[in-house]
Design a protein around this ligand. Structure first.
Ligand code: 5AD
Ligand code: SF4
Length: 449
């Protein structure tokens, strides 16, 4: 039998697919939209990456060894499927796809590479790959992909809605302005329509997403608070959240919305990254320690019970022990309800990656441990102080024990309740017991819709 050497291997169109999303909530949203796209093409979603005909790895590039992890994931998918004599198609999506582009095709011979701004083309790229054409799309077109996506159908009670993408801030450690591109805001009406579709599909809570979500604008003077006030009027939508915000884009209108809009939950993720002004300057954060603390005072004046969350980086190049101590003292001053903390990781192509004075791994480990001890202490204290509060809980899933359900308080705490409830119920609850990571509540009533 003679097969021309250059003929690509014959592929059949995939019938089943699995999307695996890594990283931030925006990737979770993108993963859901890619799944909807492929379902609209007649493909069937499977929960098991190892039996799917097409595996989409929706990758994250924000920290440590992201690229190497993708290559090892590709290897693992191939190995498990190969043991059963199958060769699934593999598509790499997300920020590693954007950053690495063709290199992934060269190195791992995957079928499709698609960036975060191009995934509406995924079905076409898969078809191209089936016919043996190279299928790579990392364009960042000006026209938004959103209009090309199918309508929302079935969603969890807590749904995500991307309203803004990209970032113009250029913090010196961060790869986002390069992988996600410049800030773009989706149009007001498109967002309101999608929110209504999400509520019709079962959402009770919507979290508005953006790399820099509080920079959302319609270009005509309307800001995120106007959008929140419009969504507040959607019947059946009980709760609104938004993430992630930059301190410099916290407009007075948004602070006022925290005072006035009942469905806007009293929770704010407002990363500060570090407590030292020298480090903040080197990070190009464009705000000071004191400016951040004064902003929090204004937000707390508008909404005294607001739960604060943040992101921190330890071991930024040149960070001294005294500067790190300023991060700890800022944490003490704020009292976060929860927070995320990371060791600095040099990202190729970012200004900070070329700075001298990279901090030794042991020093970073030790600082991270101290910071996390302080943050865990504050989270436990916040939870303990919540005992006795009466609040709503949105049920998201069954708990481990019989009759037990797990939901979220307005302050984004996990709350266990027992009773004849259902996913999507919004319950009136008294918080009765607190652990470091979750609480227990007693149900008083089903809350009014
Ligand atoms: N190293 C460590 N953490 C980082 N983050 C972003 N870039 C880096 C990096 N190079 C963190 C920041 C940001 C969060 C999403 O990830 O804290 O807010
Ligand atoms: Fe990255 Fe956030 Fe800074 Fe933008 S504001 S560059 S997304 S850390």
């Amino acid at each position: 039998m003679s097969v021309p050497a250059k003929t690509p291997p014959q592929k059949t169109s995939p019938k089943t697919f699995h999307v695996k999303s890594f990283g931030c909530q925006m990737n979770v949203y993108d993963g859901e939209r890619m799944a909807e796209l492929m379902a609209a093409e007649g493909m069937v979603a499977t929960d098991d990456a190892h039996t799917a005909d097409l595996v989409v790895l929706n990758t994250c590039h924000i920290r440590e060894k992201a690229t190497e992890k993708v290559y090892s994931d590709i290897g693992r998918v191939r190995k498990v499927a190969g043991a059963e004599g199958r060769t699934p198609m593999i598509a790499v999506a997300g920020c590693v796809a954007q950053a690495e582009g063709e290199e992934i095709v060269r190195r791992a011979k995957v079928d499709v590479v698609v960036g975060p701004q191009a995934y509406h083309n995924l079905p076409k790229l898969v078809a191209d790959a089936v016919s043996g054409t190279a299928a790579l799309d990392t364009d960042m077109p000006l026209a938004s992909k959103f209009a090309a996506l199918p309508a929302r159908r079935k969603v969890a009670p807590g749904a995500f809605l991307t309203v803004q993408e990209g970032c113009d801030k250029f913090c010196t450690y961060c790869v986002v302005p390069y992988t996600r591109g410049a800030e773009i805001s989706r149009p007001f009406a498109a967002i309101v329509d999608e929110a209504k579709a999400l509520v019709d599909a079962g959402a009770r809570e919507i979290t508005l997403l953006g790399q820099n979500v509080n920079a959302w604008t319609d270009g005509d003077g309307r800001g995120l608070h106007d959008l929140i006030r419009a969504l507040d009027r959607i019947h059946g939508l009980a709760r609104i959240r938004y993430t992630t915000s930059h301190p410099n884009d916290m407009a007075q209108g948004l602070i006022d919305a925290h005072r006035d809009v009942e469905s806007l939950m009293p929770f704010l993720h407002l990363p500060v990254q570090a407590g030292s002004d020298r480090v903040l300057r080197a990070m190009n954060r464009q705000h000071t320690r004191d400016g951040y603390l004064r902003l929090l005072d204004r937000i707390r004046a508008a909404r005294p019970d607001i739960a604060l969350s943040g992101d921190f980086i330890v071991g930024f190049p040149g960070e001294t022990e005294a500067e790190f101590a300023e991060t700890l003292s800022l944490v003490d001053a704020v009292g976060y309800a929860q927070a995320y903390s990371f060791k600095y990781s040099p990202r190729p192509g970012t200004p900070a990656a070329t700075l001298g004075e990279q901090i030794a791994a042991e020093v970073m480990d030790e600082r991270l441990q101290r910071l996390q001890a302080a943050l865990n202490r504050d989270q436990a204290a916040f939870n303990a102080a919540s005992v006795g509060r009466e609040c709503s809980v949105l049920i998201e899933r069954r708990g481990k024990r019989d009759g037990q359900w797990l939901g979220k308080s307005p302050w984004l705490q996990s709350v266990h309740v027992v009773g004849p409830h259902a996913i999507g119920d919004v319950l009136d609850v008294t918080l009765t017991q607190a652990g470091p990571l979750s609480l227990t509540g007693e149900v008083r009533a089903l809350a009014a819709a």
